[in-house]
Design a protein around this ligand. Sequence first.
Ligand code: SF4
Length: 354
Amino acid sequence: MIDRRPNYYDTFQCLGGSCPDTCCRDWSVALDGDALADYAAAPSPLRERVARNLVADEDGDVCFRLDETGLCALLTPDGLCAIQRDWGEEHLCAHCAAYPRFIEEFGCLTESSLAVSCPEAARLLLEAPRFTLIEADDGIEDPPFEGVDPDLLRGLEHSRAQVLALLDGGAGAIWEKLRALLIHAETLQGFIGRGEYGRMASLPLPPTGGPDPSRRQGPAVPLLELLAGLDPLRPSWPELLKERAKQLSALSPADYPALRTGYERANPRWERQLSNLACYLVFRHWHKAVNDDALYGRAAFVCAACSVLYHLSLFQPGEEAALWTRFSREVEHDEDNLSQLIWALDRWIAADFI
Ligand code: SF4
């Protein structure tokens, strides 16, 4: 079994009460039977407080109640969880204890990462000198889970390693690399569609280079509008996207490159930051095609995320981590939004958004 994770994974520490955008907001945390049994045995008065703040969500799952501002009712004024503060971290439910860590398991392979919906995880990714994976192999040859095609998984492993190497250290500007990623994914998707998984491992990456594909503001506008049409977690998100789409549309052909040049000069790490983001998204989403064959849409999602977050950053320099966090909460953590976006982007070609 291979175990893989980004090298900054183990440095994560929750910011607790200093967090600029706590995860104890807006999300309904479904509690399992073990957690409910544990809370029924909590010391008083915590036990009564928990019991008073349990509600059923629309699926009938028992969750902590959110107050009128969207904050978890168990959150204390000092920004800490009452269960953790008054009883101990070991009594957090599985969801709260794990976040922002997430694990993908394929039987022969386990991958862990930190969701950038957490501001501290976003900061770690933003400031990482490179996106590097560390790997441990216990030497035991576990088979993939039932339903996971080993040849498809092998093809995804090979192609993702190629793409990560390109994004992290390959030659060319980030936009050229993203364009190459899409071209590569399109060919891979054809192999997947025909069940020719064996050909995935021998496909070379397309070359980068050619004219800079990113100097028109046009493609970013429909992308912002597409995202603004998704079901929002917070109403302020689509409002922001629509406002930025309007501002971008209003820029003259001279003002747009000037805005970009000013941003890139003021933030010399912008390309590294975007490469790290692209690598994180590829690492997190590429292998999910093993479940539904939809690789191209996921590659397009990576490009769309980079384009959208770059263009939002032009108007909010220095707030990259906060923007990544908002995007991740709105899209990555909402399965309906994510699959809707992947499905929509499956029809877009590189020129549509890079
Ligand atoms: S969002 Fe991250 S840093 Fe903030 S409270 Fe949650 S886990 Fe901690």
